[in-house]
Design a protein. Structure first.
Length: 214
């Protein structure tokens, strides 16, 4: 039982700084600024559910899937980091007033549904860094006796559930969090968050390169 309780804060603490729900919420706000509030709330719920399902799947099967396809974690980091950097670069160059032809901004419910998993869940919310850490958590929990492994996996799943709830809360209330900033303030925060995500993408790619060189 102690292994289960121990695994909950362990997995939550390992994933929280990588997902960074509050910082990611500002990116989410930039993507959904043209959606109605109800649609935004539904999209936030869908992304949090997608995040939970994806990370649990990676926890349970990630290392086996990568081995099956012969894909190393450094390659996942390079590919995912490239996507994050590209999306952040597009947001950095997005017009402040919005541009109907800009493919970054979600225009309607149909497009929101299409973008709920990619790129809003992966890699914006849970990117390659989260996947690599989740795979590591899964390997760590399985590297012990059968009973401890089962309890550890259950605890890790609960930790992932708490992460998903944090994502939903921050995304759901992203507009309320930033409404006092005003339009110009939001744009400044969004630009800063986009630049940080651009740097995170480059950093993830660099870790992948270091892993390949090593």
């Amino acid at each position: 039982m102690f292994e289960l309780i121990q695994a909950i804060p362990f997995s939550y603490a390992a994933l929280f700084p990588l997902i960074n729900p509050l910082g990611s919420a500002l990116i989410f706000l930039a993507f959904t600024q043209k959606l109605a509030p109800q649609s935004t709330h539904q999209l936030a719920l869908r992304i949090s559910i997608n995040t939970f399902i994806m990370l649990v799947a990676v926890l349970l099967t990630g290392s086996w899937v990568l081995r099956f396809f012969g894909i190393s974690i450094p390659i996942v980091q390079i590919g995912g980091g490239l996507v994050i950097a590209y999306l952040a670069w597009m947001m950095l160059n997005q017009k402040s007033t919005g541009d109907d032809n800009n493919t970054v901004i979600v225009q309607d419910d149909k497009q929101a549904s299409e973008m709920a998993f990619f790129p809003l869940t992966m890699p914006i919310t849970a990117g390659p860094g989260c996947m690599a850490v989740t795979i590591t958590i899964g390997a760590h929990e399985l590297g012990r006796g059968a009973e401890y492994a089962v309890l550890g996996q259950i605890g890790a799943i609960i930790g992932i559930l708490l992460i998903a709830l944090s994502v939903y809360f921050c995304y759901r209330y992203a507009d309320l969090i930033t409404q006092r900033l005003g339009a110009s303030g939001k744009q400044v925060i969004i630009r800063i968050s986009a630049f940080i995500n651009f740097c995170i993408g480059l950093q993830i790619m660099w870790h992948g390169v270091q892993g390949l060189i090593g």
